[in-house]
Design a protein. Sequence first.
Length: 166
Amino acid sequence: MGRWIRQLKSGRLVIDRAKVKAEERLDGKYLLATSDPDISAEDVALGYKNLLEAERGFRDMKTTLVLRPVFHRLERRIRAHVLICWLALLLTRVAERSSGQTWRRIERETSRLAQVTLAGEAGTVAQTTPLRPAHKAIYQALSIEPPPRVSAFEPASPSPDRAAEA
C-alpha cells in the first residue's frame, strides 16, 4: 500500500490519487517475458495459463486430495506413487469438467450419502440414504449409475424353534 500513500510534512498519511489512477490503467493487464523470441504472444499467454493449471494441480494434490508425502526407496514404488497421484488428479479434473462443479462441492455433496445396515428379527438390510436432486445431477453429469436404495437383503435364518413349528 506504500506506493499509493504519501506522508505530508505534518505527518498525516494521504492517498496519492494520481498514482492510484495510473495503476487503474494497468488493471487486468499482464506483462509476460520469454527468452525465446520465436514464440508468439498467444503461445506465451497459453503457456502461462498452463503453468497456472499445473500449479493448481499440485496445490489440489496437497490440499483437496490430501495426498501426503510418502518416502519410498524403491524406484518402482516411487513410480507407482506418482502414477496414483496423477490418476487421482486426472479423475478430479474429469469430474469437475463433466459436472461443471468444483471437486470440493462434488465431494461435499456425495459425502452426505451414507449406507446403513439395519438388522432385525426379519433379517438384515443394507440401505442407502435417499438421493437428493444435487446427487442425481452429479451422477448424471458423470455418467455414473447412482447407488441402489437397497443394496443387500438377507432374511433371517429360521431358528430351531420356528423350524419345529413349521
